[in-house]
Design a binder for this molecule. Structure first.
Ligand code: 8OZ
Length: 367
């Protein structure tokens, strides 16, 4: 019986253990360029089997928060190159999370101050982070405009270009497509945000179309074995809602099963919150069974609120990888701490979003 600490394979990625650093937004990348200390931050955490970067915008249009990084400019790719080199030097593996926020944005963050884009012109009841004079603050997201169907191939192409640049130029081991948490691809999946009447709205097949086009474009550029995807069937994050998530997500994973992905990353329950939502029931075992029955061979990665005991149990019950979020903010040597049953440092919420080294690279490892 494998444990959390045994090596494994996810597609083409050979991982030293089954502990993953979840993607964590940190808002420390002015002009969308990862700072030099990002290399230190990620390298400090390189004993994880896999590091997933913070969500990283594939285009200016895909930006929704102040000071989050991108993958669409030379200096951004150079910044990431410094990160991947430091992580590889420390013996780690790192993939970048490809992000288009869709409607979860603000005019001030968009090209020419324009409207954010979305499946439908429905404002998300959520907030984004704007940093003014160095001080982060939460503001309402702006009213979006509905994407025209002829704009969608350009977005698919942008995901593909970002994936290619990530691997070929920035030196990443692969990519994770951000299909979760109420951002663009999740907005298309769920009928609460998608009221389109073209081929990208209405039926489950239609709402799934954009995500699958993106996955196919990315895998054709860099290979399925270096591509993962993150999904959040029931999270209320960013006003995401679908009245009938089980058949929707069972369909999504059955379709993904044919694309030979490295891994499927599932957020169970509310992102960063309760694992069980009585008002939004969901059968995760059935989801995994749908994927395996359809021939899916990718690693099954679970996330949300895991501690040592719950993670050990998940691996016993057949999870291949367990992603830890907040514990990784405060514990660069989380793998060692979990293995030794050592106490964990407590993350400081005040320094999650924005700032510099404090609360970023200064959490102590065990002596
Ligand atoms: C926290 C703050 C801003 C963005 C996500 C990318 O939830 C995020 C995010 C999280 O996936």
């Amino acid at each position: 019986m494998p444990t959390l600490f045994d090596p494994t394979q996810a597609g083409d990625l050979e991982l030293a253990n089954r502990i993953v650093m979840a993607p964590l937004t940190r808002n420390r990348s002015p002009n969308a360029i990862p700072p030099d200390i990002a290399a230190t931050y990620y390298a400090q955490r390189a004993s994880a089997g896999l590091l997933i970067t913070e969500a990283t915008a594939i285009s200016h249009q895909g930006q929704g928060y102040s000071d989050v990084p991108g993958l669409y400019g030379t200096e951004q790719l150079d910044g990431w190159k410094r990160v991947t080199e430091a992580v590889h030097q420390a013996g780690g593996k790192i993939v970048v999370q490809l992000w288009h926020v869709g409607r979860v944005s603000h005019n001030e963050l968009q090209p020419d101050g324009g409207k954010p884009v979305a499946p439908s012109a429905i404002t998300a009841k959520t907030k984004t982070v704007l940093i003014k004079d160095g001080v982060p603050g939460f503001v309402d997201t702006s009213e979006p405009r509905a994407l025209q169907s002829q704009e969608l191939p350009g977005i698919v192409h942008t995901y593909q270009a970002a994936a290619r640049n990530a691997v070929e130029t920035a030196g990443f081991d692969g990519v994770e497509i951000h299909g979760a948490n109420g951002y663009l691809l999740d907005q298309f999946l769920k009928s609460g945000s998608n009221q389109r009447t073209d081929d990208y709205g209405g039926s489950i097949e239609n709402r799934t179309r954009l995500m699958l086009e993106v996955v196919r474009a990315v895998t054709s550029a860099i290979g399925g074995g270096r591509t993962g995807i993150r999904l959040s069937p029931v999270t209320p994050a960013n006003d995401a809602f679908d009245p009938d998530p089980q058949p929707l997500f069972d369909h999504v994973v059955r379709q993904l099963a044919t694309l030979n992905l490295a891994y499927i990353h599932i957020i169970e329950g509310a992102t960063g919150g309760p694992r069980e939502l009585p008002e939004r029931p969901f059968d995760y075992a059935a989801l995994k069974a749908a994927y395996r029955t359809a021939g899916g061979k990718g690693a099954w990665m679970v996330n949300n609120g895991y501690d040592q005991a719950l993670a050990g149990q998940a691996v016993k019950e057949g999870a291949d990888l367990v992603a830890f979020g907040k514990p990784y903010i405060a514990n660069p040597d989380l793998v060692r701490r979990l293995r030794e049953g050592a106490p964990l440092n407590t993350p400081d919420k005040a320094t999650f979003y924005g700032g510099g080294a404090k609360g970023y690279t200064d959490y102590p490892a065990l002596a």
